[in-house]
Design a protein around this ligand. Sequence first.
Ligand code: HEC
Length: 131
Amino acid sequence: MNRYKLFLTLLASLSFTACDMNQNMHQNMHALSSNKEGSGARVIAASNGCMGCHAVSNKIIGPAWKKVSERYKDIPDAKIKLIAKIKSGGKGNWLRETKGKTMPGYEGKMSDEEITTIVDYILALDEARQN
Ligand code: HEC
């Protein structure tokens, strides 16, 4: 095999490997985002730093997500309101729990899909009562 052929063979096998990896990554991402038990949401929340200030059952700096779920369960457009709040950040809705601390805004740092996945997960916590 001359050098040129060897180079081509190497190149071809490299690009096959890259394709396989891409395919696997795609499947993993898909599995994460479609997992019904909310582990997709938990991975997104953890990797975006939400859990530095939030936990499901206790107040950290921000309110417990179960409390958020309870408060918003009968509020019309709860989903739209919470998506907007995560994008813009802000303070004032949880004065007593947070002593007026501010939630940072995530507009441009997370996709709409990621934010929606987390909000669906938070709003379902009240009904699920599994944690
Ligand atoms: C630096 C701390 C901090 C981080 C990081 C943080 N939060 Fe918050 N979060 C807060 C505080 C403080 C509040 C209370 C805001 C208020 O009183 O209106 C809050 C409130 C909330 C609420 C309730 C909103 C409302 O108006 O009732 C939701 C939902 C929420 N956070 C989700 C998230 C998500 C999702 C992330 C990650 C993408 C996140 N938070 C990251 C501090 C934080």
